[in-house]
Every structure is written in C-alpha cells, then in structure tokens.
Design a binder for this molecule. Sequence first.
Ligand SMILES: [Zn+2]
Length: 259
Amino acid sequence: MFYSDQKTPDDLLKEWTEIEESRAIPLDKSLIKASANDLAQQINTAMERYYPKNVPQTGYKINIASDVFLLKKVASSGTVEISIVVGFDKPENKKSLIAYSGFGKFKGGNDPVISIKLNNLFTADDWIGFFKSGKLEDALFTELLHELTHAADVQSKGGIDNYGKNTTNIDLKTYYNDPHEVRAFMQEIVDIVLKTAPNFERFMPKLSRTKIIQLLVRTTEVWKKAAEYFTDSNKNLIFKAVVKALDDHDLLTGSKTNG
Ligand SMILES: [Zn+2]
C-alpha cells in the first residue's frame, strides 16, 4: 500500500509469538535530553566566542564540549558515571551533523566514555544555525541515546571490558546484527516512532496494527539505512519492541485490531 520494496514484514509479524519478548532498554530520556541540551549550548558558546565566523572546522582536534552522565545501575542501586566528550572529525557522510560516535574507555583508563565527533566540514556559522534550529540538540540526543544504550547494556553485564569494538573493519551486516547494535538501533527506532505515532492517528481507523507499525518503522531514517542489513529475526525483534512501546504508551488504540 505505502511501500512495496520491502521484504515480508507481514510474515515476520505472524511469527511474533514465537520470539522472546523484546523491549528497548529503559533509559531516562529527560536526563539524556538535558545532557544533549547542555552540550549543544556549550558548542554554540564555543562557536560564538572562539571562532571567527565562516571559518571551517576542518582538522580541528580538541574537545569543545563535555558532560558527565549518571547512568542508573540496572542490577543494584547507584549510578555509573559516563563521561561525554565532543570534538570534531572528518565525516563519512558529508551532510550528517555527526561524523562519528562511540562508547568505550579513555586510553589507558577504565572509565567509560562516550565520544561524539562533529562533522568538521561545517563552519562556525553552520553550527550556530544548527543550535538555533534545534537540529544540533536533536542530533546529540540521538547519538547519546544510542551510545547510552550500549553503556546500559554493557554495565548490566558486568563491566565495559566486554565491549569496545572497532567497527571500521567489519562488514555492515556483521555490524548491524551485533546484539549490542540491534539493541541500540532498536532504541533509536522506538524513540522516533513514539514521537511520530501521534501524527499517524488519522490513518489508524483505516489501517491494521501491522500496517501502522510498518509505516512508522519504515519512515525512520535508521530503518532506511539499516534494514537491508538486519537479519529477519533482528527485524522481528525491532518490530516487536516498537509494538511493545506503542502499547505501553497507548498509541495503537485507534487502529483496526486484525492483521
Ligand atoms: Zn552502536
């Protein structure tokens, strides 16, 4: 109906009951949003204060913004401190605000850190514009949500020694189907779908749950980028997590119940 180019999510959806429960790792999104906002402000201030207008950031190396995120421990009480540092780097995709982000450790240390590299092809003026339009904060939020999912995932399994992978030399199918990545991209997709679902309310009486969910998931940038690499069972997990999240938020109540 809306899309014809995809493999058979209808078949995948039918198999749901046979698959273990799937749900995005719970994270405090208001804290992540506050952190993204703080970082965006720091970047904007640095651009306004230190950089002459229209000077490209190419090759710029030092960190221009940082924060510490207190991640709630999963198994016990208390928090884990995750450092966040933002710098610049050369992007793979010229148009993307973010060149790279990763979760790991500082060199020679044990403290967990999220490193976000901004696209160094943009000018100071560009960054000030991205700050004003809210694009910068949104982009930082998405990166933090993804990397903090790794952090939560890893700390729940007993330490970051288990993780810390260089993704530059592995193929994309391996990368996207790594269980850590599946959970992080699931997190991103669930977040976007929860934000866009209210816009699809007028379709709900006409479409089945399956169609609505397909529509919501497939219109996300993450899905467009990654769907060709995900295995069917991982697609299934992601669809299932989306349904769970939509149901948790009462966002599928208007749809036809069959199918
Ligand atoms: Zn990742």
